[in-house]
Design a binder for this molecule. Structure first.
Ligand code: 5GP
Length: 168
């Protein structure tokens, strides 16, 4: 599979984002909340590019089922295990397409009364957005194509282990 975004380009952008987040959060503790499953690779690299005080807690959401088209129906598959009240929360998402998944998760996290909520996404496909979402940073804007790799899966749950992003 031919890379759409090569591994070294992804790593360079993550290093920049990590440094920016360090400056932003300073001495504050930040709870990094990766949205499983797709963001596990991005989040693992991002937290290692951050030198500020980080804790990690996962949530899980599923919107596609086995299909490559969004069903529009979001299911929470895993809830955070720590209290987010009064905390600085950094939500880490793999890709924002229609925005339905992220809008649902942002609303859910806000209901936990964090002191601050920012969202970073690896990829953004703005062409199909239907739900407005607040994004602090997006690393790459891509056209409306189905992509795999770097945590994102294809049919059968495959390709998450590719070190780059590719069009299926
Ligand atoms: P949305 O709710 O914004 O339409 O979809 C967001 C979720 O759908 C993402 O978190 C991801 O799991 C999945 N998704 C959207 N586009 C793609 C894609 O191009 N490739 C893969 N593998 N998943 C996608």
């Amino acid at each position: 599979m031919k890379p759409l975004i090569p591994a070294e380009v992804i790593q360079a952008r993550i290093a920049e984002l990590g440094a920016e987040l360090d400056t932003l959060y300073g001495d504050d503790e930040v709870v990094v909340v990766p949205v499983l499953k797709g963001s596990f690779v991005f989040a693992a690299d991002l937290v290692r590019a951050m030198r500020c005080n980080v804790t990690v807690d996962f949530i899980g959401a599923s919107s596609y089922g086995e299909s490559t088209k969004s069903s529009g129906e979001v299911r929470l598959t895993l809830d955070s295990s720590v209290s987010l009240m009064g905390k600085q929360v950094l939500l880490v998402e793999d890709i924002v397409d229609t925005g339905l998944t992220l809008a649902y998760i942002q609303k859910f996290i806000k209901s936990r009364s964090p002191a601050g909520l920012r969202t970073v996404a690896l990829l953004d496909k703005p062409a199909r957005r239907v739900a407005p979402v607040e994004l602090f940073r997006v690393l790459f804007r891509i056209p409306d194509r189905f992509v795999v790799g770097y945590g994102l899966d294809g049919p059968g749950g495959l390709y998450r282990n590719l070190p780059f992003v590719a069009v299926l």
